[in-house]
Design a protein. Structure first.
Length: 256
């Protein structure tokens, strides 16, 4: 997205991608005439700005609105949940005991407490609340039942991230922004990033090793099949999770 926006503003962006395909967690495979999303399978309905971008680049007709049904296994049995009516479905399901359903009030209270800050625009106000992982929160504030079948399941499903590493803010954010419908894409989820990066210099199989901010410029050191190289740019957008960003940009720690 950053590269696309920079290009529309007249810049000449370069994208470094360590993998061998465009899309990151949005990975799509085509086999024998069928299309499989092996990474992210959809977008929450609250991703309205993503749909706006799709409209901007002529892909709105490829957006599909779906009302998914989820299933969480417990005791060897799949417990189905109607995502079109998530609250009613969760409360009526035998996935949770009565005590767990009452305990769920704690989640509602915590989400409401941070509600206005759990948006797409700003995260600064959440920094002081980012003090534990989903697993730590689940075991401290909830119980094993809600941790395994609500917090852990929702986090892994929405973020493709293990709850022992994901921030509790990710769980709260998903709970607050969850919608009864989702978006999927004809042609697979990675068709959007591929379209966004059309006519942009994308260097696959090129891992960034270090980003060094200097006066008026940024030096990026990377490794590809031909070896290591360093290039100078006007700026750099580091689009990786924080845990991966810190080793790449040590100056971030010094700035804090």
């Amino acid at each position: 997205m950053a590269a696309y926006r920079l290009k529309t503003l007249g810049f000449t962006p370069v994208v470094f991608e360590a993998g061998d395909y465009i899309g990151g967690r949005a990975r799509t495979r085509a086999e024998k005439g069928f299309i499989f999303d092996t990474g992210a399978v959809g977008l929450l309905g609250s991703y309205t700005k993503t749909r706006d971008v799709a409209r901007e680049i002529g892909m709105e007709d490829r957006f599909l609105t779906i009302h998914p049904k989820g299933a969480i296994p417990r005791d060897g049995v799949l417990r189905y949940l109607d995502m079109k009516h998530p609250i009613k479905s969760f409360l009526s399901s035998d996935l949770f005991s009565l005590s767990a359903k009452l305990k769920m009030i704690r989640v509602v209270r915590d989400v409401m407490r941070l509600g206005r800050h759990l948006n797409y625009e700003q995260v600064e106000a959440l920094v002081t609340h980012d003090t534990e992982t989903v697993e730590q929160y689940g075991r401290r504030a909830l119980n094993d039942e809600l941790y395994h079948y609500l917090a852990d399941a929702l986090t892994r499903g929405a973020w493709l991230a293990p709850s022992e590493q994901a921030s509790v803010i990710q769980f709260f954010w998903t709970a607050k922004n969850f919608t009864p419908h989702m978006y999927s894409l004809k042609g697979g989820m990675n068709s959007l990033p591929i379209k966004l990066l059309d006519n942009i210099d994308v260097r696959l199989n090129t891992a960034v090793l270090n980003v060094d901010e200097r006066a008026g410029s940024v030096q990026v050191t990377s490794r590809s099949g031909t070896g290591e190289s360093s290039e100078t740019f006007d700026g750099c957008v580091i689009a990786v999770p924080p845990g991966a960003a810190l080793p790449l940009f040590p100056q971030m720690i010094a700035a804090q």
